[in-house]
Design a protein around this ligand. Structure first.
Ligand code: HEC
Length: 114
């Protein structure tokens, strides 16, 4: 029990550190070569369900109009973890938080033109 208690304290501290660091991580952008990889992924992988122009397919439209009013943080969580019971997979094994935030910002800004 003493071990478990220490362990959960350490986990709590690690989670707190991540929480404090995450705004800084989310603010940074992936470097230029990573951005090329991510744009390719957006068309090839995300586009296979959401449409090559993100106007929808098996998955819903991801245009700025379609995403209007949806909180950025919840969209980031959807991309990271997927949506249970739907075809939307989680991407956190392939993409870090900075990558995901960058992709979501491309979608929200509509600055994405294949
Ligand atoms: C295998 C199909 C599939 C792939 C691949 C896929 N998605 Fe999805 N996605 C879905 C489905 C289906 C939903 C709707 C889930 C629901 O019904 O809530 C969804 C939902 C979303 C949403 C939430 C939209 C909203 O209106 O709330 C976002 C954002 C999103 N996907 C982004 C992405 C991104 C970015 C990628 C690539 C990294 C991706 N998706 C890849 C199927 C997919």
């Amino acid at each position: 029990m003493a071990f478990l208690h220490k362990h959960s304290l350490a986990t709590g501290l690690a989670a707190l550190a991540l929480l404090l660091l995450s705004p800084a991580l989310a603010a940074a952008s992936p470097d230029a070569s990573r951005q090329v990889v991510l744009e390719h992924l957006l068309v090839q992988d995300c586009g296979s369900c959401h449409g090559l122009r993100m106007t929808g397919g098996l998955g819903p439209s991801l245009t700025p109009e379609a995403l209007a009013g949806k909180p950025r943080e919840s969209l980031i969580a959807t991309v990271a973890h997927g949506r249970a019971g739907t075809a939307m997979p989680g991407w956190q094994a392939l993409l870090d938080e900075q990558d995901i935030a960058w992709l979501v910002d491309r979608l929200l800004e509509g600055g994405f033109n294949p």
